[in-house]
Design a protein around this ligand. Structure first.
Ligand code: FES
Length: 162
């Protein structure tokens, strides 16, 4: 767990979306998770400055806020891409070529598991079974499932999101 306190200043305008979130919630510790969820919706991730402001507003130690953020996989400390690509690496997908599909995406986008492209268009994640084994190998791009993929078909799918 990191406790980041480097005293950076950030302008008021940056915090406007956060202050709107604060208007909805009392400064009660039980509201920390919904405040974090709404802040993440507003910023796309949880920047350090936002976590400091939440800590200060809710009177919760910053280390405790980081503890919650790093415990739940739903929270992200780094910017995420507009398109989240989840490559299923479950057993059915694995035996039907998920590794090749993953390699193609990695090559095409130049990123690895958990990384985001510099233009913030794509984030790549390896995941366990997503419940569509009959369509193996499968990827999800945002809420869309793409199945029975080959390397060529994977490139075509990527092109539709570029
Ligand atoms: S193993 Fe990939 S969807 Fe089930």
């Amino acid at each position: 767990m990191t406790c980041a306190c480097n005293g950076e200043k950030t302008d008021e305008k940056f915090f406007e979306p956060l202050y709107k979130v604060f208007e909805e919630y009392e400064t009660d510790e039980k509201n920390l998770i919904p405040v974090l969820q709404n802040a993440q919706d507003a910023y796309g991730y949880l920047p350090e400055e936002v976590l400091k402001e939440i800590s200060s507003y809710m009177k919760i130690p910053l280390c405790k806020v980081y503890g919650v953020v790093t415990f739940y996989t739903q929270f992200h400390l780094e910017p995420r891409g507009d398109n989240i690509i989840r490559v299923c690496m479950g057993t059915a997908c694995h035996v039907r070529g998920a590794g090749d599909v993953y390699d193609v995406i990695q090559e095409e986008l130049g990123i690895n598991d958990g990384e985001t492209t510099e233009d913030l268009k794509f984030t790549l994640e390896r995941v366990a079974c997503i419940g569509a084994c009959g369509l193996a190998p499968v990827i999800m791009v945002n809420d869309n499932t793409h199945g029975r993929l080959t390397p060529d078909k994977t490139r075509e799918v990527l092109d539709t999101y570029r």
